[in-house]
Design a protein around this ligand. Structure first.
Ligand code: SF4
Ligand code: SF4
Length: 202
């Protein structure tokens, strides 16, 4: 799940300065689950834009903003897009980019894209993967230190953790403590004896 968060409405208005006819596109996957681009948020955005004097020519909620097939599909969902001077996308940067490729008017993001995370047991986990392009998460019991240890230590821990909390961010658990517990639980503590080399950036 791509974690994105809403820009302030004031920021959105500044980006839309001088534009009258706005079409709003949400995303019914990640952004909807995070409550930053699902139907209620899109409708709320449309109402706020109208109240701010914009002419909202329509809105659409594709299943996933990052995988819209064609402009025609967008027109099917919201014919008003044909009258738009600009599109406001309430999704991650990937969704905003895909929309930009399909239309010939300016596209503006209403969200900031923060990280690659997930959602489990009704909890959003904001930071799970750094998209390093060389996944070896199996070496760490399925908990990625590149994403979860602020020092990105592949051969941790650093020795600074205090009562299981990270010395850099005392709000978060030490990633290496979590890795240790996970490896212990699955009977693979032996993995800690292995030295993990740096990624080959060539
Ligand atoms: S090693 Fe970590 S950062 Fe790299 S792809 Fe796997 S989970 Fe993502
Ligand atoms: S305390 Fe743990 S999570 Fe924090 S920097 Fe050190 S090894 Fe990484």
């Amino acid at each position: 799940m791509i974690i994105s968060s809403s820009k302030t409405f004031e920021e959105v208005l500044v980006s839309l300065e001088g534009i009258d006819n706005v079409f709003v596109i949400g995303c019914n996957v990640c952004a909807a689950r995070l409550h930053v681009g699902g139907e209620p948020e899109v409708l709320d955005m449309c109402a706020k834009l109208k109240a701010a004097g914009k002419n909202v020519v329509g809105w659409a909620l594709p299943t996933a903003a990052c995988s819209i097939q064609s402009y025609e599909k967008l027109v099917e969902k919201g014919p008003g897009i044909q009258k738009a001077d600009a599109i406001l996308v309430m999704a991650c940067g990937s969704g905003t980019s895909v929309v930009s490729m399909l239309v010939d008017v300016p596209v503006y993001p209403s969200n900031n894209t923060d990280s690659l995370g997930g959602r489990s047991q009704e909890q959003v986990i904001p930071h799970l993967c750094e998209m390093c392009g060389a996944c070896n998460i199996q070496e760490f019991g399925g908990i990625c230190p590149k994403a979860n240890c602020p020092k990105g230590l592949l051969n941790g821990p650093c020795g600074g953790s205090i009562s299981g909390k990270c010395e850099v961010d005392t709000e978060q658990e030490c990633a290496w403590e979590l890795i240790y517990r996970q490896l212990e639980k699955t009977g693979r503590l032996k993995l800690l004896e292995k030295i993990i080399g740096p990624r080959d950036y060539n």
